[in-house]
Design a binder for this molecule. Structure first.
Ligand code: ADP
Ligand code: GLC
Length: 480
């Protein structure tokens, strides 16, 4: 096995809305470093066009059939850190303000997937492994196996499908099956892609791929239950022999407090106290918080959605703000949540800062300046933020779910083990108890706190192990 093609809807350094982009921006480098021919393909969104287009090389133009019309695809490529990235351009479909959330998302990503499959023929590049990510790419294996099976070049491809978040499924009306995907109605009739009277890209990915992975072992178990299965649990149980969890890593070069050029003061574990104090003061000045290097800074960098457990924080805002701490929140999302956080800031000037929006550079400053990172998610397939936090010596306080359970070992006062704090039930009082303990430890037992920071900063959050695990899956599929 030599050739791996990753197919995804987003990836760094080109575009990011969440952890998927972190994964697509870092995992391929691991394969490249181990000598594999790894390539990535994604849509050419407006934001990518504005920032990168003049660096890209035009490759060719071809067509795919959408709504019974030949629709033009412009293919570009760019080599970044030795990995080849292909970009599928269609101005009408992708050069819009947002990446997702349009009424025609089904048609847009049907186009993308068809364009990817035809790309292989156009550039005569056939990978042994196609590794697809999330619902936007769920139909690739289905179309490949149903429509291209007569062609040995496509038939030889093995399909790996990674579920980053089962809550987003790409469910659409069945009418697009033939018009957009070119699939016969029999795949609806036999149930392969049918879901709720329509079709589901996510279900197709689960049914047709040779191997299904998700981003942590705990989430791989959880999604087989009705509680976390998002009504896909029966299909997942059906495929459980081919389902496994591989925990995410992060790009430890990009996320490195020792070299990060976006933070005020670089630091290592040996210098973390001084380093954090300087980063804290700079951030306090920047955000209009009271300048005090000794105050405990608690932060949250997140999409503001129901998944992330923000409600628990809002329920306890009064209690949290009564503590001798500062609270910094960076994120955007549900309007109701944003409103509550704005109110918290107004009522606690100098103590609470809510920065509404997406800001990559500011996120680095927050990870570096903070002491504690809140992540009380309702569910969390893996989570990237807690991994970054630990790398920066910012102790995560998490709910024991999915990847949070698998990556944050809670502090044990008897053995001094652990790299963060955790609570089990989705209940804000339970969260608050652990938060009180953490605040107490921070102010009254600095030796213990320092020990946890050491454990966190020394924890291996790189891709080293997981990249090998993926390669093992690829090799096994290829019969090696
Ligand atoms: P999810 O993918 O579910 O949003 P993850 O924890 O896997 O959650 O990944 C979130 C990623 O997005 C992290 O790299 C985090 O730093 C980043 N992020 C989230 N919200 C923001 C924001 N408002 N500004 C900058 N970065 C953000
Ligand atoms: C999803 C999940 C998150 C995970 C990320 C990358 O966005 O919500 O938990 O870390 O994908 O796999």
């Amino acid at each position: 096995m030599e050739r791996i093609l990753m197919v995804a809807a987003e990836g760094l350094p080109f575009i990011k809305s969440g952890g998927l982009a972190d994964v697509i921006g870092s995992l391929p480098n691991e394969f490249k470093a181990r000598g594999y021919d790894v390539r990535v393909v994604m849509p050419l969104y407006k934001k990518i066009a504005i920032n990168w287009h003049d660096k890209f090389t035009y490759l060719r133009t071809y067509t795919v059939n959408i709504n019974y019309e030949e629709t033009q695809v412009n293919l570009f490529y760019y080599i970044y850190h030795d990995v080849t990235y292909y970009f599928i351009e269609h101005q009408g479909y992708f050069e819009r303000e947002a990446m997702y959330g349009y009424d025609d998302d089904g048609e847009r990503f049907a186009f993308f997937q068809k364009a990817v499959l035809e790309m292989l023929n156009q550039i005569d590049y056939f990978p042994e492994i196609m590794h697809c990510h999330d619902w936007h790419t769920g139909m690739i294996a289905a179309m490949c196996k149903e429509n291209f099976n007569h062609d040995y070049r496509y038939r030889g491809i093995k399909h790996v499908y990674t579920i980053h978040n089962l809550a987003y499924q790409g469910n659409f009306g069945a009418d697009m099956l033939e018009s957009c995907l070119g699939l016969g109605n029999y795949v609806f009739d036999n149930g392969n892609v049918r879901f709720d009277g329509g079709i589901s890209f996510m279900k197709a990915g689960i049914v047709y791929s040779d191997k299904i992975t998700t981003v942590s072992p705990s989430y791989a178990q959880e999604i087989k239950t009705t509680q976390f299965g998002e009504r896909m649990d029966a299909v997942l149980r059906f495929r459980e022999a081919d389902l496994c969890g591989v925990v995410n890593g992060i790009d430890t070069n990009m996320w490195n407090p020792e070299t990060d050029s976006l933070i005020t003061k670089n630091y290592t574990f040996k210098t973390y106290k001084k380093g954090k104090a300087e980063n804290k003061k700079a951030l306090q000045e920047k955000l209009g918080l009271n300048v005090d290097e000794n105050v405990m800074m608690i932060s949250l960098v997140s999409r503001l959605t129901w998944q992330k457990g923000i409600y628990l924080i809002i329920e306890q805002l009064f209690n949290i703000c009564n503590q001798p701490i500062q609270l910094v929140i960076l994120g955007s999302g549900e309007a109701g949540l944003e409103e509550k956080l704005r109110e918290a800031e107004w009522g606690n000037r100098g103590k609470v800062c809510f920065y509404c929006g997406y800001n990559e550079a500011l996120s680095h400053e927050i990870y570096a300046a903070s002491d504690l990172f809140l992540m009380p998610s309702l569910f969390e397939p893996c989570g990237i933020s807690q991994l970054i936090s630990m790398r920066y010596g910012t102790l995560p306080l998490v709910r024991e779910t999915g990847g949070l359970r698998d990556t944050v070992q809670p502090y044990n006062q008897y053995t001094q083990e652990g790299c963060g704090f955790s609570f089990a039930n989705y209940n804000s009082n339970d969260m608050m108890h652990v938060l009180w303990e953490a605040i107490d430890l921070y102010y009254n037992n600095s030796a213990a706190w320092k020990g946890i920071v050491k454990n966190a900063m020394e924890k291996d959050v790189s891709w080293a192990q997981s990249a090998e695990f993926y390669l093992g899956i690829y090799r096994e599929l290829c019969g090696e």
